[in-house]
Design a protein around this ligand. Structure first.
Ligand code: ADP
Length: 948
């Protein structure tokens, strides 16, 4: 059977199919280990099948100019193609390689047919005695990587097309398999590299198949439990670990699976040594195509040491904070304790001052009082500061009138400002809500601090307090406050430090102005607690503007205007004031009424304005006149206006910088219908205008206006006061202070007596201590309120040395109306009395003259008590007539008569050693001699006050 014939025969035989099938199957899943043997066997199978002498495979080396036989087969008794498999140079067979590169095969049936170009090949084939030859290229991604050689040494052969096709296919299987195995090798080495990393990693790694079963783990994880990797892999947690560990582990795993997304969790388990450890686990699920979790990959760090360190740090921080709070609490308690004796010092100094003293002694007391003031400020500041530090400062949430609060704060500083010749005024935008919910006393504290600094650090010029509405959100208004001065200013480099505690702009400040450097630090904290910020803009030598904003819940936007000014649209008002800003403020308040406004900066231009508009629609109906003006003062302008026919009916309202007793009467004499103190408060101004327009009668309920309407002026107060106080020293001080102003009070020493006293008498005001034996102030107030029901309401004001958070609420909750802290600020006490005293018929009490002076008279004269009493009683019988005489003489402007009668009064008072009447008479007589009406009025009212 010829070669050809045998081939043709087998071509369709089942052997042929078997061969192909076998090769394909073997090589598709052959592994690296068996590859070479299988390859060799296959080459033999092919060789024998096609009746060849040699089959071999060359692959190019890394350097493609070399190649090497990877596998070869040769028939028995035929020498192998190569004895040793060394690298050979490719260019030894140049023609062949050119051909292989460009063709699917190179078939040489007989070497005689070799092309003339194949010089080297011819020579090589003849040396190797090759008769027939087939080369099929091996390609990977179309790139030539080697070839398979088929040789016949004994005889030439005819390479059939079909045969070549089969061998080409087989070569494809070979090259595919080789590439596959190379890639696998490469992949394995990568995997090996990764395994090195994973197994040497300090972090624990594991993959879970489900909540209780591992897939794979790294060494670190196995080691943590004192196990081998293989102990854990593909095992159930409950088969590996004790029940407790397995439970804990699966519980955490369950939660992580539940998350179905990257998650983090802590697991507390025992390690192989039985130590409790904390593992911080981070997990990431891997999903299959259906979206179910295939593996949950977990990494974990042992954070036990880190956690312990954190706990230690936290404990240390807690301790430090506790120590800090304890310190602040101690400071707060200390300041409280200091306040109580301070009450005594203040009170007695005040009392001492009202006794007969030499000039030098008076000076000493003044000094002592001034340093006590500083000490009290300091204690208050420290108390506040420590409350803030101890986080004990709680903001009140109560409804209050914002405008009044601001205006009151400004008013408080008017005396000091006036003393320094500074103008102090406030400007409140009409959009600022009237009533808000917040902490009025803390707002006042901030304002007081800024205004008092402004007054302190300003030598000339003016201070303005402006309040503007910025925005609002959910019924909460953002308000901006600005306190502007024309004072010494602050250097840019000092601006940042002044808001820090105990910081002042520079050391010279302390020397010159005193202070502690706490005020702004406290203000800044308070502002923060009110949801705002504080800042300052300042130019050294020119002045400063302190700005802060706060958020306050709106109570009432605008209080309905009490008066219907609308129908007065033909009424014209003239504001006469030398200070432009003051005019601006007053105008802005009047503008809200819709009345027409004119301004004049002095008396002359006021008169001009009045005259030039006299017969026009701009006729001036009301004039608001400042007392202090250059040229003519307010009284002189009023006197002049009364002489001008066009002007004499103009209603006049007086503005004064500070009121003194008698101001009202003097103003009335000059033709003013009412008077106002500066800085002008909007509502008071509108009240006065309303009264001038007969829109309002100065009715009794409206106490505020009463004060400013001259007809109704009451200088004298005969309030009915009840003092409830168990501490003797405190009682003494309050009683003496009241007496110094000609007032008396009833006294009880505990709450239960107070209840009885209130039942039996209609008091204007009850000052109630809080801590008392038998019944404290809170309970007493509750009882009083229960008795009064809705029928009556006695004003009860707490007097307490407690100034900690919650004290105010406690007083208010029990039914008290207000609260003054100890040491008592007597100005506040008197203001409260004044505000709460009901109007009553006043009966002069001349007997007090006897009680207050008789002892001194007896001491001085050596008379018996009875004799002395008789003389005094005769004296007080004549007193009313004498006083009426002086009053009438003043009303008639009869200065001579005033002087004569006062001289008599002075003489009799001197004889009876009644120093109070004597000294005041000396002054009144002098004023009468000099024909000074204002001073006469004032002096006389001071004398009259002695008897009420
Ligand atoms: P104190 O006034 O008690 O020193 P503050 O905290 O109120 O404390 O003020 C801190 C410092 O800021 C002051 O000492 C002063 O140097 C500076 N300062 C505050 N207000 C003004 C102002 N209106 N003008 C100039 N300097 C001011």
């Amino acid at each position: 059977m010829s070669n050809r014939g045998s081939y043709m025969n087998i071509r369709h035989s089942s052997d042929y199919l078997k061969l192909i099938n076998n090769i394909f199957q073997k090589f598709f899943d052959v592994d690296r280990i068996n590859y070479h043997d299988e390859l060799k066997k296959t080459l033999e199978e092919i060789g024998l099948f096609f009746n060849l002498d040699r089959v071999y495979i060359y692959y190019f080396s890394k350097d493609p100019t070399f190649m090497k036989i990877e596998c070869q087969w040769n028939r028995e008794c035929i020498r192998p193609k190569r004895e040793s498999m060394q690298e050979e140079v490719v260019y030894a067979l140049p023609w062949l390689f050119r051909k292989i590169k460009n063709n699917d095969f190179v078939a040489i049936d007989s070497v005689e047919e070799l092309s003339s170009e194949a010089i080297f090949e011819k020579e090589a084939f003849s040396i190797e005695k090759i008769k027939s030859f087939l080369a099929i290229p091996l390609k990977s991604d179309k790139e030539l990587v080697g070839f398979i050689g088929y040789e016949s040494l004994e005889k030439p052969m005819k390479w059939e097309e079909e045969q070549i096709k089969i061998l080409i296919n087989i070569s494809k299987v070979f090259s595919y398999t080789r590439v596959r195995l190379l890639k696998e090798k490469e992949y394995e080495s990568i995997l090996n590299g990764q395994a090195i990393l994973l197994n040497n990693s300090e972090s624990q790694l594991w993959a879970l198949k489900n909540v209780t079963s591992y897939a794979t783990v790294n060494e670190a994880h196995a080691k943590f439990f004192g196990k081998k990797k293989s102990d854990l892999e593909y095992q159930d947690l409950y088969d590996i670990f004790d029940i407790d560990t397995a439970n804990k582990f699966s519980e955490v795993s369950w939660k992580l699976f539940q998350q179905n997304e990257p998650a983090e969790m802590e697991l507390e388990v025992k390690n192989w040594k039985g130590e409790d450890r904390i593992l911080q686990i981070k997990s990431k699920p891997q999903w299959d195509k259906a979206g179910n979790i295939k593996y949950l990959i977990c990494t974990a760090e042992d954070i036990t040491e880190k956690r312990l360190a954190e706990i230690e740090l936290y404990k240390a921080k807690e301790q430090a904070e506790a120590a800090n709070i304890a310190k602040s609490q101690f400071l707060a308690n200390m300041s409280h304790e200091i306040r109580t004796p301070m009450n005594g010092i203040f009170g007695f100094l005040e009392l001492l001052q009202s006794t007969d003293l030499s000039l030098e002694q008076k000076e000493f007391i003044r000094e002592a009082k001034s340093v006590s003031d500083v000490l009290l400020c300091l204690i208050n500041d420290i108390l506040d500061f420590s409350k803030i530090e101890a986080k004990k400062l709680v903001m009140e949430q109560i409804k209050f009138n914002l405008r009044t609060t601001i205006e009151d704060s400004v008013s408080l500083h008017v005396p000091q400002a006036t003393e320094k010749g500074l103008d102090l005024y406030s400007m409140i935008d009409s959009k600022v809500p009237e009533e808000v919910i917040g902490d009025p006393s803390r707002l006042k504290q901030i304002l007081n601090n800024l205004i008092s600094n402004a007054v302190k650090f300003t030598e000339s010029g003016e201070i303005s307090v402006a309040v503007d509405y910025l925005e609002e959100e959910n019924e909460v208004a953002l308000l901006n406050f600005e306190v502007k001065d024309t004072g010494i200013g602050i250097r840019t480099e000092d601006v940042s430090k002044i808001f820090k505690s105990f910081s002042q702009a520079d050391t010279s400040t302390t020397r010159k102005y005193g202070g502690t450097g706490l005020g702004l630090a406290i203000s800044s904290e308070l502002v923060k607690l009110m949801g705002g910020e504080i800042s300052v803009e300042s130019i050294l030598g020119e002045g400063s503007v302190f700005k802060f904003n706060v958020r306050l819940q709106i109570g009432k936007r605008v209080c309905k205007q009490k008066f219907d000014f609308e129908k007065f649209n033909d009424i014209n008002i003239l504001i006469v004031d030398g200070n432009g800003n003051s005019r601006k403020v007053i105008s802005s308040y009047i503008r809200e009424t819709g009345l027409k406004i004119f301004e004049a900066e002095d008396a002359t231009s006021a008169i001009t304005t009045i005259l030039s508009n006299a017969n026009t629609e701009n006729k001036i109906n009301i004039a608001v006149i400042d007392y202090q003006m250059s040229g003519m003062n307010g009284y002189e302008l009023a006197t002049t206006l009364k002489t001008i026919p066009f002007a004499k009916d103009i209603k006049l309202i007086l503005l004064t910088s500070s009121t003194q007793r008698g101001d009202g009467i003097a103003a009335k004499k000059y033709g003013f219908s009412s008077y106002l103190t500066k800085p002008v408060k909007r509502d008071d101004l509108l009240n006065c205008i309303a009264i001038a327009l007969n829109l309002k009668k100065a009715d009794k309920e409206d106490k505020k206006t009463e004060k400013y309407v001259i007809n109704e002026v009451k200088d004298e107060l005969r309030p009915k006061i009840l003092l409830v106080e168990d501490n003797e020293m405190n009682r003494k001080i309050v009683i003496s202070m009241l007496r110094s102003r000609g007032m008396t009070c009833d006294v009880t020493v505990n709450g239960s007596e107070a209840v009885k006293a209130v039942k039996g008498k209609d008091y204007d005001v009850v000052f109630m201590d809080c801590q008392m034996p038998i019944m404290d102030g809170y309970e007493s107030t509750r009882k009083i309120r229960a008795i009064e029901g809705s029928e009556k309401h006695t004003t009860i004001i707490a007097m307490t040395a407690n100034a900690m958070a919650g004290d105010y609420e406690k007083c208010i909750e029990s039914g008290m109306d207000n609260y003054i802290s100890k040491p008592i600020n007597f100005d506040i006490m008197f203001k409260l009395i004044e505000d709460n005293t009901k109007e009553r018929e006043f009966v002069a009490d001349y007997n007090s003259i006897i009680n207050n002076n008789i002892d001194y008279f007896i001491e001085e004269t050596g008379l018996s008590k009875d004799d002395a009493k008789e003389i005094f009683e005769d004296y007080i019988k004549c007193l009313p007539d004498m006083l009426t005489g002086i009053n009438d003489a003043i009303n008639e402007n009869d200065f001579e008569k005033v002087a004569r009668l006062t001289h008599e009064l002075k003489g009799s008072a001197g004889t009876l050693r009644i120093t109070s009447i004597y000294e005041l008479s000396v002054n009144l007589e002098k004023a009468a001699v000099r024909k000074e009406l204002d001073k006469c009025i004032k002096g006389f009212s001071e004398i009259k006050n002695l008897f009420y």
